[in-house]
Design a protein around this ligand. Structure first.
Ligand SMILES: C[S@@+](CC[C@H](N)C(=O)[O-])C[C@H]1O[C@@H](n2cnc3c(N)ncnc32)[C@H](O)[C@@H]1O
Length: 267
């Protein structure tokens, strides 16, 4: 399976890894809510796919106290951020593996719980990704996925559709990344899993242009390009100007959707 695009995405996350925890603090709370939605149980062996700097792993450890966690991520920079926190994680064996969901070297049927927080929308092959995660699960195991949901970020999409030259790559990235409930159901059922609960959370966030642009730079730097390059810098400043024009009394206000899914591997 071609991994060039995967490596470009992972390289983007490596570039901004040291800023991730600061700029995308909301993902920590999302990971915590995802983990709170997992059915109560005993989960000794946990796999965190697209583990990044380890937020979802930490939430699982806090709630379920597993014996072993394997974190998989193709970004060495994100894994370095995770490694730096490992000293704070006591009583759990944490193994970190640099790989993608496409080629993760994990034992089939070895995990009681698979989590995947804010990474699924970056996977290039969603059906294969669901199948790979399902293979790693024991019969009766649970999978919990959180990703960006369809229909969100319209305010920003409207801005970039209005700034020239039109950035088709950026506009297309939203359509390529964002998925809905029925699509998620299809991925899970296609992988032989039984959906337990799938839901979309629609939120409105009151932010600032600066904070929003910082978040975009940190999670989607590989799409934006080098902000030091004059043509990228010029485009970004036109985008920011348009966002400021469209900001209201509560700053830059935008809607976004989060898609959550819990499913079970039949016993
Ligand atoms: C937004 S971060 C989420 C990190 C963490 N799970 C969290 O909740 O904060 C997305 C992560 O997905 C990883 N990723 C991108 N493509 C991937 C792939 N094909 N397989 C596994 N992980 C991938 C990125 O390297 C990045 O660390």
């Amino acid at each position: 399976m071609p991994t060039d695009r995967r490596d470009t995405i992972a390289g983007g996350f490596t570039e901004t890894a040291s800023e991730y925890d600061g700029a995308v603090r909301f993902n920590l709370e999302g990971a915590q809510r995802l983990v709170l939605s997992i059915p109560p149980g005993h989960y000794d062996d946990v796999l965190d796919v697209g583990c990044g700097s380890g937020w979802a792993t930490q939430a699982v450890i806090d709630r379920f106290h597993p014996a072993r966690v394997t974190g998989v991520d193709p970004s060495d920079g994100m894994l370095d951020q995770f490694r730096a926190k490992r000293g704070e994680i006591a009583g759990v064996e944490v193994s970190l593996v640099q790989a993608g969901v496409e080629d993760m070297p994990v034992e089939p049927g070895a995990f009681d719980l698979v989590i995947c927080s804010m990474a699924y929308h970056w996977f290039q092959h969603r059906w294969d990704a669901a199948a790979a995660m399902a293979r790693a699960m024991r019969p009766g195991a649970i999978i919990a996925i959180l990703c960006s949901g369809k229909g969100g970020e319209q305010a920003y999409r409207d801005v970039i559709a209005d700034v020239e030259p039109i950035n088709y790559q950026w506009l297309g990235a939203f359509d390529g990344n964002l998925r809905g409930v029925s699509e998620m159901e299809g991925y899970l059922v296609g992988a032989g899993l039984e959906p337990v609960d799938i839901w979309m959370e629609r939120r409105v966030r009151y932010s600032t242009v600066d904070a929003y642009m910082e978040r975009m730079r940190v999670v989607a730097g590989h799409i934006i390009g080098d902000p030091a390059a004059p043509e990228v810098a010029g485009w970004l400043s036109r985008v920011e100007a348009r966002m400021r024009e469209r900001s209201g009394p509560r700053g830059w206000t935008y809607e976004f959707n989060k898609l959550y899914a819990i499913a079970k591997k039949p016993s």
